[in-house]
Structure formats: C-alpha cells, structure tokens
Ligand binder design. Sequence first.
Ligand code: ZN
Length: 324
Amino acid sequence: MRYPWQKADWQRINRERDRLPNAWLLTGLAGIGKSAFAEELARSLLCDRPGPDHAACGECESCRWFALGSHPDYRRLSPVEAEDEDKAGRKLPVIKIEAVREMIEFAHLTSHRHGQRVVLVEPAEALNPAAGNALLKILEEPPADVLFLLVAHAPQRLLPTIRSRCRQFAMTAPAADEALAWLHGQGVADPATELAHHGGAPLFDHDPTLAAARKAFVEGLIQPTLANVLLMSERADKLKLALAVPLEWLQMWLFDLSSMRLSGTLRYYPDHRVALDNLARRADLTQLMQAAGALDKLAPYGQHTLNVRLQLESALMEYLKIFA
Ligand SMILES: [Zn+2]
C-alpha cells in the first residue's frame, strides 16, 4: 500500500524506472512507511497490467500471487528473532546468513514468469555481518532481471560497500497536517502529542507497554535526581529495551531542552512545555552540549542489548550534570 503522503515519492521513483538500477536503497525516517512503499514498488514491478501511473492492477495473476504472499518471483527478507541469546539473555531480531543464502539460490534461478524478479530486504540494518557480506557478494555480481530493494532508516549502519552498490532514494516524511489527518483517521487519541513524540513519523508502534515506559522515563527526566537515574536505568533493563530506545527519548528531550533555552520552541515534547521551561532556565549550556555529545558517542551501540543499564546510567549521569 501507499500512504497519502507518498504521492510525490511515487512519481519521483517512477521517473527512475526508465533506467532501473540493480538495487535501490530506500532511506528516510523510521515510521514513514518505507517498507509499505517498497512492497508496493515490488508489486507494481511484477504486475502484468500496471496502470498509467505504474500502479499494480490488483487483478492479474501476478497481483493474485502477491496478495497470497506466495509470489514465485518475489522474496522478502525480514528479521526473525535470534535463537541465540546474548550474554544478558536477550534475543535481537536479525536477518541471518541462512536466509540470505536461500535468497541467493532464488536469485540464480530463472524467473517463473516473465523475467523480472524482486528481492526486498527490510530493514537492511538487521543483516548480521555474515549476512551483510553474503548480500554484498550478490550485489557485486547481480543476476540479470533481479531487482534488490533495501530499506533502511539508518543507512550509515550498513556496510559502505553495500551502500555504494545501491542507488539511493531518500523518502519524504509527511507534512505535519498530512500526518495528523491520517492519525486522526486511524482513531489515535491525542494525535498531535503522539506525532511530536515520534518526531513527526506517523507510523509508530501503538505499544501500550512502550508508551507507559516512555511516560515513566520522561517523568524521571523532569526530576533529575540520582535516585531517578538509577530507577530509570533499572527499568529500561528490566523491560529489555534496546539501548537505542531510551537514548532516543533522551536525545529528543535534550533537543527540546536546548531549543527551549535558545528559541522557546519545542519539537518532541510540546505537552511538557512547563517542565522543559523550568529545566531550561536551570540548565548549564556547556554541560548540555557535553551530554548531547556523549549520547552521539553511544548511538552506534544502540542496537546492542548488552549493559543497557550501565550505558544508560552513564548517559543519564551526564544529564544530571546539566543541572548541578
Ligand atoms: Zn497486476
């Protein structure tokens, strides 16, 4: 499916069809519908009777296969939960080499139908190193008539050699009014607050456990004490959150804190204007920059689930210093 805000992107990518790449890498903010768009692109590339704007017809044999999830010329690689636990007893979703090998076999077969085959890899960040290397090999010598679609919101985490083998297509985030109208239509309560919390990306997970965890985390940020730092880190650990999750909440909070201080505006937490205003008045700007810098250094470890408690504690200790 395509979301209402993807019209321009659809037209833009259609103009690139005259010269199809071997691989497209669709990038952009998480939660704006990149995967759905990529799947729609695959469906339309395989469709026997696409419409004037390349829309899949929905009725041909190919579209019927697609709807059944068993198109013989299409493969989708998505993460499965790892069987192995890390040292902390947590399982990270990954795309494993076995799945890539199976896909490579598929890519070297001849097409069941009329030539074009499509492989969707999403999110490409979930490829583990061995799987990434295997994918790279086939991207280096792509079989004829196989189009790879990679989807990533953090393309910098991919092997640079994979990135350079793909034609990049940056997807557009919806304008606020488009996103709000859509969320409203989905019956989301308080769409403006939720949209702000998710950085303007409307396809967030309506996970009530996560929403409650975020709420508790933000309450801790409003009362920056050592006791709260320890409590917040312990909670994140108990919930088995990937480090990236609370780090992102903190990063957005720091963004709003400095934005409040410098220009009186808020982007992510408009519902906490009073608290942020109070904190911004007490904030030491140098320490604020330092805390933000410390977060950037942790960001590459965001998908790790090792030592979440320790890492988060150290990031939050930097946060405390802002108000010392
Ligand atoms: Zn069709």
